[in-house]
Design a protein around this ligand. Sequence first.
Ligand SMILES: NC(=O)c1ccc[n+]([C@@H]2O[C@H](COP(=O)([O-])OP(=O)(O)OC[C@H]3O[C@@H](n4cnc5c(N)ncnc54)[C@H](OP(=O)(O)O)[C@@H]3O)[C@@H](O)[C@H]2O)c1
Length: 331
Amino acid sequence: MKASVRHKYCSPSETQILEYLKPIPKPGEVLIKVIATTVNRTDVGVLTGKPYAIRLFSGLDKPRIPITGTDFAGVVEEVGSEVQAFKPGDRVWGFNDNGAGTHAEYVCFPDKGGILRIPDGVDFQEMVACAEAAHYAVNFINKVDLRPGMEVLVNGGTGAIGSAAIQILKAMNIEVTTVCFEKDVEKVKNLGPDRVIALDREDFTKENKAYDFVFDAVGKSRFPKVKPILKPHGTYISSELGPNWENIWLALFAPLLGPKKVIFPIPSEILSSMTTIQNLVIEGKFKPLIDEQSFELTQIREAFEYVASGKKTGNVILKIQQVNDVEKAVD
Ligand SMILES: NC(=O)c1ccc[n+]([C@@H]2O[C@H](COP(=O)([O-])OP(=O)(O)OC[C@H]3O[C@@H](n4cnc5c(N)ncnc54)[C@H](OP(=O)(O)O)[C@@H]3O)[C@@H](O)[C@H]2O)c1
């Protein structure tokens, strides 16, 4: 099988498409024919080993798994002797943010990991775009005590995490204001926020309005600038560590300075967030934002470079294999 491989932490230009042995499932594993995957910001982290903290999970001196990729949507081809929940022919999707070797024509994945059956009527590309960023969006939102009618600002409505956050918050009946560049305002309005601020026209931190929660999904702001627009017990979360990892220090020490909180969540419970998102997809309340640009497996370097540039819109699809006629019938 073909796979995107690297044996050390490296830049996008050092990944290679190589012929690899097709994996054989262990007793608790499922062998999946990968139809679609994404190249996402977590993949860039696991590729480069930066920030260094990521190596605690992906491998200290070199990547634990030589094949890149963290998510997949595909068809079960074979199951290990102990697997009961899945059978050959099942359409499935899954995610492991420590690296799962999914940028390949086939992958073996534990049946007890972050893997679910794809609901009827949802295609492989749409489903795989519900994995990485939506998992983080769920994990950042569920750390805040939110009730219907509360007001939340999401900075970065065109990002993969931001576009997911807007839709999750709207499904919770939250009042959502989001921020993006003016060129993207119409695209972002389609995600359903109550208000969109064009950042090239207006500085959201200077607005005469206060929010229960400011979620910087692209990690471009800093707490001291956002603090004035938080309500007295408001919460600030950024998806980035900030300069000198300040968001970790602020999460520890901001409570000493007043009731406004900074949280720096460590995302976990992948299967739970996948289930939350899949239910929203079934209810018609969640549709992932997908970039107009997609890539073939042979273009893996270009895909990584594009995603690492910070210029993508939502999720970037990497097309791996064609769907055959039997699979098409249920797709
Ligand atoms: N903490 C965690 O566990 C975790 C996990 C995954 C990712 N992350 C981090 O989360 C961040 C977001 O990742 P993502 O994949 O969701 O985002 P993304 O898709 O890479 O975000 C890119 C989008 O953000 C827009 N953007 C750039 N600067 C902006 C600004 N100042 N204000 C608002 N929008 C801006 C870009 O617009 P233009 O194209 O027009 O420039 C582009 O559309 C990344 O920094 C990533 O490293 C954190």
